[in-house]
Ligand binder design. Structure first.
Ligand SMILES: [Zn+2]
Ligand SMILES: [Zn+2]
Length: 358
């Protein structure tokens, strides 16, 4: 079958047409890929960055982890979705047996495998996944939208992890990439009073305002645009870091009120300086991290918000390409592209592969 593989730890990837179909083991299902979306992590893997090396890639591996498809084969002795079921897939493949898995927190699994990183992934005609990692796509949702439930779920999960009231709250978000854009919609849907997104890129700021939130550049202090209650309280009630920049986290800590909660979602490389007495102790801030998605609370809540039209994922998609178009997708994402979908149903790119740069 066709697949985009990472053959070794060098820069680039290889599009092949003769990737072997794995045999199904008990507990597994085979999906025909309907749509797979390209993630910033795929760019790191393509460019063989230090962050990608830390992921523990196993070579060769088929890339791709944000996927929805249709079950075409069920392994022996396997309970779960039957042939013909449309599913989206949780990337973090949990063991089902460790402390976290047995206490409903499989996103913290001690022996987690990662689709498209240490297990063959979804930039292919077909992908094999555990039946327990499949989420049945609600009726009325197409597979392109369903492929976005995984990345958008990172935003939904961050709101759940905040464990703070969103209704009536003022929310400050740094970074208007796909996760920040979804987060702005989710908190608005849950009744946030004011939603402000800090984003240096003007085109991305337009995407924020098109969805009804406020957007400011990094040259504006968030407190200058806070509403009256923000002024009275001395800051925003809730902050979400989605840019992956340490400076974003710093600006959130400086712009939330006492006893606010700040959740880190974007992968910040390196250390973050924290004035413990001045920030944590005397201001009583709660700093939390959020990784992955809870099974299946995140998925249920997000798909309900999407299904009822309160959160729009489709408008995140700016490009659709065939499987062989991954290098083109990564080039587009360097600029202003939102989510890029790879669709096996599209004809492959015939011309020489376009380098996505080092
Ligand atoms: Zn991803
Ligand atoms: Zn586990």
């Amino acid at each position: 079958m066709r697949a985009v593989i990472k053959a070794d730890d060098g820069v680039g990837c290889t599009f092949v047409t003769d990737r072997a179909e794995p045999r199904l083991r008990p507990g597994q299902v085979r999906l025909e890929v309907g749509a797979a979306s390209v993630c910033g992590t795929d760019a790191e893997i393509y460019r063989a960055t230090p962050a990608a090396r830390e992921l523990g890639l196993v070579f060769p591996v088929t890339m791709g982890h944000e996927v929805a498809g249709t079950v075409v084969e069920v392994g022996p002795h396997t309970a779960g979705p039957s042939v013909g079921t449309r599913v989206a897939v949780e990337t973090h493949l949990s063991c089902g047996d460790c402390f976290f898995c047995r206490t409903g927190a499989g996103h913290n699994c001690r022996t987690m495998s990662l689709l498209g990183i240490d297990v063959d992934g979804a930039f292919a005609d077909r992908v094999v996944v555990p039946a327990t990692s499949c989420f049945a796509v609600p009726d009325g949702m197409d597979l392109e939208t369903a492929a976005l439930l995984e990345p958008a779920g990172s935003a939904m999960h961050a709101v759940i992890r905040a464990a703070a009231p969103v209704a009536g709250a003022s929310v400050l978000i740094t970074g208007a990439g796909p996760v920040g854009l979804v987060l702005a919609q989710v908190v608005a849907a849950l009744g946030a009073r004011q939603v402000v997104v800090v984003e240096p890129n003007g085109r991305r700021r337009d995407l924020v305002t098109a969805r009804g939130a406020e957007a400011i550049g990094t040259d504006v202090h968030p407190l200058d645009v806070g509403d009256r209650a923000v002024g009275v309280r001395g800051g925003f009630d809730l902050g979400f870091e989605c840019s992956g920049a340490s400076a974003g986290l710093g600006s959130l800590v400086g712009a939330v009120r006492n006893e606010a909660t700040v959740v880190s979602v974007g992968l910040v490389n390196g250390d973050f300086p924290l004035a413990v007495t001045r920030t944590l102790i005397t201001r009583g801030l709660t700093l939390r991290g959020s990784f992955g998605r809870s099974l299946w609370t995140t998925w249920d809540q997000l798909s309900s918000l999407v299904g009822t039209g309160r959160v729009d994922l489709d408008s995140l998609v700016t490009h659709r390409l065939p499987l062989s178009g991954l290098p083109i997708a990564l080039d587009l994402m360097r600029d202003e592209a939102g989510k890029v979908l790879l669709l096996p149903s599209l004809s492959d790119v015939r011309e020489a592969p376009v380098a996505a740069g080092a």
